[in-house]
Ligand binder design. Sequence first.
Ligand SMILES: NC(=O)C1=CN([C@@H]2O[C@H](COP(=O)(O)OP(=O)(O)OC[C@H]3O[C@@H](n4cnc5c(N)ncnc54)[C@H](O)[C@@H]3O)[C@@H](O)[C@H]2O)C=CC1
Ligand SMILES: O=C(O)C(=O)Cc1ccc(O)cc1
Length: 367
Amino acid sequence: MHGKILIVGLGLIGGSLALAIKKQHPEARIYGYDVNTNELTTAKSLHVIDEEATSLREGAEIADVIILSTPVLQMEKVMKQLSQIELKNDVIITDTGSTKIGIMKLAEQLWHDTNVTFIGGHPMAGSHKSGVESAKDHLFENAYYVLTPYNHSLTRVDELKQWLRGTNAKFLVVDTEEHDYVTGVISHLPHIIASGLVNLARKEDERNPLIKMLAAGGFRDITRIASSNPQMWKDIVFHNRSNLLRLLNKWTEEIEKFQQVLERGDDLAISHFFADAKEYRDSLPVRSKGAIPAYYDLYVDVLDVPGAIAKVTTLLAEHGISITNLHIMENRKGLLGVLQINFSKHDDRSKAQTLLTYHNYKTYETA
Ligand SMILES: NC(=O)C1=CN([C@@H]2O[C@H](COP(=O)(O)OP(=O)(O)OC[C@H]3O[C@@H](n4cnc5c(N)ncnc54)[C@H](O)[C@@H]3O)[C@@H](O)[C@H]2O)C=CC1
Ligand SMILES: O=C(O)C(=O)Cc1ccc(O)cc1
């Protein structure tokens, strides 16, 4: 498709969308604007965008599609600025914000009864990393991509989907209220709980340095998302405050109920607590991405000798298998160490396991 796309906010999400659009529509021209000029220069030098816009106005005036991918409170500021700019007659504006009610209300106020089409969006995949250096064209592959159009913008939804086809995401039209409640349950509340757990460990650590030494394995797994961008999450919880207050009440009830059964020493109720959670968690789809995407781990025994880890990573690189992270779990001199390798795709982990087993490495899917 021919046209000019402006991405406002060239971080992880804006950069990944730019790459996915360019892959599918090489003839499109991608412009970027970011208040952080370093991010913009990096985006240009990494060929994530074709052109840098020196101001929002410069990029917005000529754009056929405008994609807003700043933190959500900044999004409102940018939308108000855009409403003061003369945009193209048939422009489509969309956003990538993790919350939808506030953004859609403002869009309605600014652009109802105008020629501007606003379609809310939320690609429900990402990472705890931020910034354009972490952008990937396949970030949203197989993930749900929620769209929240108004009735009057429904006619342009297909056009927007065509522009976003290179994401290979699964588009889903959802009501804004429902979106914010559901993402509150499965994404925003878990981020608060993960950060709460880490803050608890941090306080305990002041009294007991063993905490930090031993906080590995499961603790790292369930708190990965606490390493996300604090500014972005401040904005998200602020926007979804009323749902989160309701959900925090429910969470407190859940924990208090557990506290009571523990106080009573009710072993049957304690077993039920864990069994109910296991049953539901085991029933969740494993192959599709949700708001908190899966990372696939492979554990590999390596000898604790110089060059042993490089041998494994070189082997994977030679076979075009991408890894997202590495972690050495145990490192005792002269003994086997366990290397934890993180993959973003299930398929990459399977290929790595086959390859490494062929080369006589012992591998495990769980630690
Ligand atoms: N990180 C994630 O996993 C996901 C994030 N989102 C949403 O996407 C949006 C972007 O998130 P990320 O890309 O992760 O953030 P990021 O921090 O990587 O990038 C945001 C960019 O916006 C720029 N920016 C801030 N204020 C601006 C303004 N007024 N004008 C122009 N640029 C401005 C920043 O300089 C930064 O480069 C957020 O609204 C977030 O809620 C949605 C899905 C997943
Ligand atoms: O780090 C993770 O796994 C995330 O939780 C990514 C994420 C962040 C914000 C969203 O709105 C959707 C997905």
